[in-house]
Write a protein that binds this ligand. Structure first.
Ligand code: SIN
Length: 275
């Protein structure tokens, strides 16, 4: 396994392995790379949808996202798609997947299927580095704080995603997604302290109004999206990215209008998170 850093705070690029065959100690080593670095992009893969699912199951369970089309024909695979004529993309703001679930997803395995000729990169940001950058005083304040997460405003008809490819999946039913998590969590494997809020799904701090929440939430979002905590995954045919949702945020760049982009995502089941 050849490993090269992608950014100072987050991300590694890996060559010299084939995910379709990876198991045992080599798979354990890859998992540690993801837990410690937040995201790993693995180049030159040949991974059919069946192999993608089989590989994901070697990490544990799969969380099927009910809001995404499964047009690939495999229910475990969410298709993250943007058509040539679509303006809005999926995942175009900083977020971490499924923070609105009681047990948020551990991570995701994203396989590039159709790429635009240029652009369409994905940015990642380190929530460990963002936490470390806060003052001692703010860390003390956050230590006692929980935040409420919801996806209703995103996936509801008329919601944020109603102009994306997910519009067809919107059922018209009232959504009710809600979870409360500590604002600072410990990574279940590495023990690192992580900032666990995000601009897409965190609505307010528990016991605070939205109005009271916004100034502090906006500040934390600004810290989390600082350039020095980021890395950029530039997709190539055969690239696969595996990220840890507890330790990172990500943002899909929307800079390839007029071109189609199709990615296959499998979301990996997590474990309960705690302060
Ligand atoms: C996502 O937000 O999960 C999608 C990321 C991407 O399409 O690059």
């Amino acid at each position: 396994m050849n490993i090269t850093p992608l950014g100072a705070a987050v991300g590694v690029e890996i060559t010299g392995i084939q995910l379709a065959e990876l198991e045992g100690a080599a798979l354990d080593a890859l998992k540690m790379q993801v837990y410690e670095n937040g995201v790993a992009v693995i180049r030159d893969q040949e991974l059919s949808p069946d192999q993608h699912i089989a590989f994901a199951k070697r990490w544990g369970g799969i969380d099927v996202n009910p809001f995404f089309p499964t047009n690939s024909g495999w229910p475990e695979i969410a298709e993250v798609r943007k058509a040539e004529d679509q303006k809005d993309n999926i995942g175009g703001g900083w977020h971490t997947d499924h923070s609105f679930d009681q047990v948020p997803a551990m991570g995701s395995i994203l396989v590039a299927r159709e790429l635009p000729p240029v652009g369409g990169d994905t940015l990642f940001s380190s929530m460990g580095a963002a936490y470390d950058a806060l003052s001692v005083g703010l860390k003390q304040t956050l230590a006692g704080l929980n935040a409420v997460h919801s996806a209703d405003h995103i996936y509801q008809p008329g919601g944020y995603y109603s102009k994306t490819d997910l519009a067809d999946e919107m059922t018209g039913q009232e959504l009710s997604t809600r979870a409360v998590h500590p604002v600072v969590i410990r990574h279940p494997v590495t023990g690192r302290k992580l900032l666990y809020i995000n601009g897409a799904f965190t609505t307010h701090f528990e016991g605070w109004t939205r109005e009271e929440t916004l100034p502090l939430l906006r500040y934390l979002i600004e810290v989390g999206s600082r350039e020095q905590f980021q890395c950029c995954v530039q997709w190539e045919p055969g690239s696969v990215a595996i990220w840890d949702n507890r330790a990172t945020w990500h943002l899909a760049m929307n800079d390839y209008h007029g071109h189609r982009r199709v990615m296959h995502r499998i979301t990996l089941t997590g474990e309960p998170i705690a302060a």
